[in-house]
Design a binder for this molecule. Sequence first.
Ligand SMILES: O=c1ccn([C@@H]2O[C@H](COP(=O)(O)O)[C@@H](O)[C@H]2O)c(=O)[nH]1
Length: 592
Amino acid sequence: AQPGAVAPVKAPMRNLTWGQLNFIHTTDTHGWLGGHFQEIARPQYSGDWGDFISFSHHMSAKADEKGADLLFVDTGDRIEGNGLYDASSPKGLYQYDIYAEHDVDIMTTGNHELYQVYSADLEHNTTTRNYPNNYIASNLDYIDLNTGDQTPMAPRYRKFTTKNQKIEVLAMGFIFDFTGNNKNTAVQPVRQTIKEEWFQKAIRERPDIFVITGHVGLRMEEFGIIFTELRKADWDTPVVFFGGHAHVRDARKYDSLSIGMASGRYMETIGWMSVDGLNKKNKDEVSTQKSVSFHRKYIDNNLYGMYHHTGLNESTFPTAHGQNVSSMIDSARQALKLDHKYGCAPKNYWMSRAKHGSEDNLYTFIENEVFPGVVVNEERKDKPRLTIMNTGGIRFDIFKGPFTRDTTYIVSPFVSGFRYVPDVPYKVASNVIKLLNSGGRILDMVPENRFMAIPEQMFLSPLVSFTEDVQDVNLELRGEQKSLNRLDDEKPLIGGLTTSDDIGDDGDDTIHEKLPFHPQPNAFQAKIAFPPDNKDPETVDLVFIDFVQPWIIPALKLSGGDYDDKDVEIYMEGTFTSKLSQWISDNWKGEC
Ligand SMILES: O=c1ccn([C@@H]2O[C@H](COP(=O)(O)O)[C@@H](O)[C@H]2O)c(=O)[nH]1
């Protein structure tokens, strides 16, 4: 763990089940290779990439002892969302080398690798080269902007035989039907990919198991499309899907021989999947087992759990390699001055643990405090303005205490700036936020409204429930101190991730108290420089974060405003991220 990391708390644990073929899955790590080592309220996620490397080493040795196999899968979004990636110039200066210390057997791309030309270039020039035999790009091409050449980012699929059990694996790696990628990549919609000759050939290869990985939420349609097509060609080969993107722990049953799992976000979760009863086809050592069983677990990323699952302890667990990687992270953090303090947060501000509109809600805080302080164009400062941002642009809670350079990128990693449409009739402008927050989509050709929201809410499992509308008293203590109605409840449970998936409620390796989860709107809005008499202004400047422009123009049109992209201008210089750290420096000057 990183120096000064919060110590994980002793907690009731569930054990892992091993099978013939086992997987460790990471996804949506978003640069959190240092782990959540300063998060006092949730100490159960404080392991770092070095601990994970030691854990991986011991689990591989265990697999060898058992004569079983263990494969490592990563399903993308390795970047954006933490100072370790975002604070360097250029971005990712330290991230790629630290990440590459881990051996991955099957790797895919996420949407975050593709938003910027620069990061897609790095994926092509660095990550695919770090993992030449493991990176798979079933529906993604790279475009060389100098020559115009379009080639697969990596092989479309991969077939290999495992070390111990000699299981033949056919692996693919997808990204969801993403349209926000930059000009140096091309994403092929999954419905088209399944018609490709290579895909039709691959699904007829009769391996012992298909491993379909992808930066795809399990409740999105893409895996379902692939599964249906695969089953038309092969009705009985087991299939395991590994997904991501939605930032949740989840598992889905496709049929009795198939399962999918997703393993959360931000290095909070290490996914575990074991498969047993595999029938090795056309080989001498034919297994006679007839039914396949799957076991999934969501491992909290901390040393307490890693000791538990490996049977090791503080002195026997760390490997020299793991310790070296922890030091690499520490050195990078020092070089990037990630602990540099901009100010002291006077209290906690929550994205989903508090209702929108309440004083503990982070979006409400930005609406009421930050936007009025920073959204100013000196030449138009007296003009009333509405300022709109999408909730998905804010990535993490703010905790009471130091607000650092790292916190800035954790809360707001993106490079979005402010644009505006000047002098919009108030009747038209004030309708926009209502349309952005309505269900469905504004127009057929723009992405669905929910793509503005936080990933955790974009594709909800029917099993997820929101917190009932109760008084939010002592919110910051909830989940950390309250005990659950358990028979052995002498010790209170620690607040953390609790999962209900298609398999049941026993997926989390650590038993936690459930934390509140309130639904948030797709976008939020601040009214700035409005007339003091509460009268509606005639016209306003409609200011918005550039990410939401694809929704703003159609919403204006639908509200009766005849605007298009040509009417949009830069409102002021600077990104939301830089404005946020400036506001914190100016306003949170206390001691902590
Ligand atoms: O520039 C950006 C990029 C993304 N977002 C928000 O993030 C989600 C996607 O998050 P994942 O981590 O890929 O799941 C996107 O839908 C937006 O809500 C953003 O605001 N700005």
